[in-house]
Design a protein around this ligand. Sequence first.
Ligand code: FMN
Length: 391
Amino acid sequence: MRAASVSDYRELARRRLPKIFFEYIDGGSYAEETLRRNVADLEVIALRQRVMRDMSQLDMSVQLLGQTLSMPVGLAPVGMAGMYARRGEVQAARAAAAAGVPFCLSTVGVCSVEEVARGAQAPWFQLYMLKDRGYMRELLARAKDLGCPVLVFTVDLPTPGARYRDVRSGFTGGTRLEAALAQLRDGVTHPAWTWDVFVNGRPHTLGSVAGAVKESRRVTDFLSWIARNFDRSVTWKDLDWVRETWDGPIVVKGVLDPDDARDAVRAGAQGLVVSNHGGRQLDGVRSSISALPRIVEAVGDDLEVFMDGGVRSGLDVLKALSLGAKACFLGRAWAYALGAGGEAQVARMLATIRSELAVAMILTGCRSARAAGPELLDGLDRPSVSRPNRS
Ligand SMILES: Cc1cc2nc3c(=O)[nH]c(=O)nc-3n(C[C@H](O)[C@H](O)[C@H](O)COP(=O)(O)O)c2cc1C
């Protein structure tokens, strides 16, 4: 099948990847209510069609945090991407660089920040706060020395949410023997992946934090390692601690509430990502797109507001811009494409998003991505399907 849309990349990834990794990418936490809301609440937003407006000139570029992006899109941090394709983080970072958009490397990537900087470009670097602050300081210094332009500090994972699919697939929760058997079964039934990743894609460690992951040797042990080593005591004051080592822009990722957004401003962040971690943490919370307008209203003049969660097309990107986001991040969209076929498929997926965004801009009369606003929406300018919190 030749993929035309993100759902096609999902299907290709489902066929090519071992079940444990496909389910890990595809799933959310608990009953996956928030995961569904992220997508559904974007779907119900209606764009406002406008015609006959000379749309021969389009400017899709945006400027943020000192960088020019060719379109208002970036690749969100996704853990363990090197298990979806051989040295997957390097492949995805190359596709992002060629497309003129940022690639954000996860703390728990298979490829280290050094390997990505060497093989592609210095990535935006995503930070999870580990208990071992000495190690964290070294890690921040390494990212800074490599020229990483932006630090993305993820604040919505003090502990991992319960992901039922990972238990059912045999990825987590079982004995080591059960996990090994699940992996063996998966390997035999997915020979293309076995050759590409299992045989030729080594080492399978969490590259950037390999020095801190002493007791867990296999990459698949990492969820239990996270639960033991991520620091739940973290507060906004820790941003001051981060600043002692990191003097570049800091983006706080994982904010859904306007009060938290105001705290992020007070703590000195330059940007924030409205996000519920792709519905993988606290299930039942509102969708990112429904949280976005109130956060833009609260802090949109004080820092750059981005969003992620449920973005599956260029149309979704324009909807998010219309509700005040400066740019969107893609999570599963690029993970599926990488699993479907590495760098080439991530590049094709980004080209698809770009052309869909162009069509959406042309048919809404939007000449510049920087100027997108609520006038591009048709009446239904606020998602109305799910409002779990007080509004
Ligand atoms: C497989 C997977 C792994 C992820 N790993 C990380 C991570 O290491 N760090 C992080 O900040 N967010 C992580 N996320 C969350 C994404 O950065 C992003 O918030 C989310 O995927 C956006 O939703 P979407 O997948 O619907 O686009 C992960 C998401 C997925 C699907």
